[in-house]
Write a new protein. Structure first.
Length: 293
């Protein structure tokens, strides 16, 4: 006897599944995976606070226990006392003076670097003409520029702004020129085959592809601007965080020196975070592309 009939109950479950049901089964998994990734990012974000908090707590304990001399390395509570003694208005004046110098100097230096770096990155003859000189100038320390700028520009605000602009110029220049040179040649060939003009090629292909390198140079330029600002405020400054550093050194006040250093670190981190937020918005297309299967 042969069995020629099959029971409906023995059919595989997938044979009765519709495409809509299959897709419905997959959608929750995709959302759950995305939610898990976002949860992991949220759960580890607090780790960035761990090193500074532990360092501050350890320093506070070491000073109070007498392991570290208070006059050489004050406790964090001493720095808060120094800030209160300086006064809210005085601190704001010093922070505003330094921030304004960095803003003007960085804007001037980065703007010039964007133009020069784009020209060098797009034109090979200009690279051969200018890049060797820029590489030599980049090796000059910041303090080596101070005597020359004093002779040329005096002791007013001009030499301070120029010195900060010099510090911002070279990282941005390197980021722009290297980013444009390192664009995948296949992208350029495809764009030319599509009939794009030189201007459209630069605007729609070269600069978007080089944007990660450009933004890295901009962020490095901003951090160097804060460093050069300290050297700039050694040029007969009467306000600013660099002035506080000099005043603390001359009066032997380690608490004043460390207070200025902490303010510099906070301002540098805040400005870099602002640039990083802007970078993420500019490069949102990259995250979308990488998330695709």
């Amino acid at each position: 006897m042969s069995l020629t009939t099959t029971s409906p109950d023995l059919e595989p479950p997938l044979s009765r599944a519709t495409p809509e049901a299959a897709n419905a089964d997959l959608r929750p998994r995709t959302r759950t995976h995305g939610q898990t990734q976002r949860g992991e990012r949220r759960s580890t974000a607090w780790l960035g606070w761990l090193p500074p908090v532990l360092m501050l707590l350890g320093l506070e304990g070491a000073v109070r226990l007498g392991w570290v001399p208070r006059h050489l390395l004050p406790a964090p509570s001493d720095l808060m006392l120094t800030l209160s003694q300086l006064g809210h208005e005085v601190v704001i004046q010093h922070v505003a003076a330094s921030s304004l110098r960095v803003l003007i100097g960085f804007t001037c230096g980065a703007s010039l670097a964007l133009l020069v770096g784009a020209a060098v990155g797009l034109r090979k003859p200009l690279e051969h003409l200018l890049d060797p000189s820029f590489q030599a100038l980049r090796a000059i320390p910041s303090l080596a520029w101070v005597p020359l700028l004093l002779l040329w520009l005096g002791i007013d605000e001009a030499p301070k702004i120029v010195l900060i602009a010099i510090g911002a110029f070279f990282p941005v220049y390197l980021g722009v020129s290297a980013g444009l040179r390192d664009v995948d040649r296949k992208l350029v060939e495809v764009a030319r085959m599509a009939g794009l003009s030189s201007t459209a090629l630069a605007r729609r292909v070269l600069f978007p592809a080089a944007m990660p390198s450009i933004m890295t140079g901009v962020r490095n330029g901003l951090s160097l601007s804060w460093m050069f600002m300290v050297a700039a405020e050694l040029i007969a400054a009467t306000k600013g965080l660099g002035y506080l550093l000099t005043d603390g050194r001359e009066t032997g006040r380690a608490d004043l020196v460390l207070t200025a250093i902490v303010l510099l670190a906070v301002l540098g981190k805040f400005s870099d975070s602002a640039l990083r937020w802007w970078e993420q918005r500019l490069l949102r297309w990259r995250d979308t592309f990488e998330s695709q299967p």
